[in-house]
Design a protein around this ligand. Sequence first.
Ligand code: SAM
Length: 214
Amino acid sequence: MRVRKKPWARPYIEDHQDYIVTDPDSYLGKWQERFVKEQPLHVEIGTGKGQFIIQMAKKYPDVNFIGIELQESVIATALRTFMEEPLPNLQFVLTDGADVDEFFKPHELAKIYLNFSDPWPKTRHEKRRLTSKRFLETYQKVLSEDGTIEFKTDNRGLFEFSLISFNNYPMEFEYVSLDLHNSPENEDNIETEYEHKFSPKGPIYKLIAHFINE
Ligand code: SAM
């Protein structure tokens, strides 16, 4: 998803440095200082316009959330929505989620959310998918021993690819749904903007998995 550059985005981000980080490397080992309370850390990679992570932070005040997004204009929109009702347990980071092991300590995270990640349908772009092996290697470094990845998508091809990628890594599945919105777990589901837009057109797939640590 490429978004038109918004001229207000950069100055808006610079004016709200209390809630957004643009130099994540300088917070290595210091993320808890960005929050009011030290609490388990949950990270969403590809947070988009922030609907999911903002609702999660409201629902779970005992967790510290970080929303990572690559595109300045997109994260600025998330930040603007967030600033209507700021919360002490949510921070945004403008950066590439491929580098999480450069700014989180080993085993620092309790959970990683991947929601409606870009599908990169061409086989030659497989390595860019956020559920491909090279990303899993990075997530394994920063997730705690019992940490989990929660992945949702409407894209059947990406879901099939991800099931194989997670299984081959190897990871263990805790939950798999081929139709989240018609399953009992939907009661606790927090929708993302893409989920809201695309769920009327077909099923939402979800999995939860953890790494197998020897
Ligand atoms: N998660 C949101 C949702 O479900 O509505 C947005 C989904 S959108 C299809 C994917 C988002 O992931 C885009 O905003 C894109 O810029 C972001 N993204 C893609 N690759 C990324 C990466 N390596 N690091 C951080 N964000 C990334």
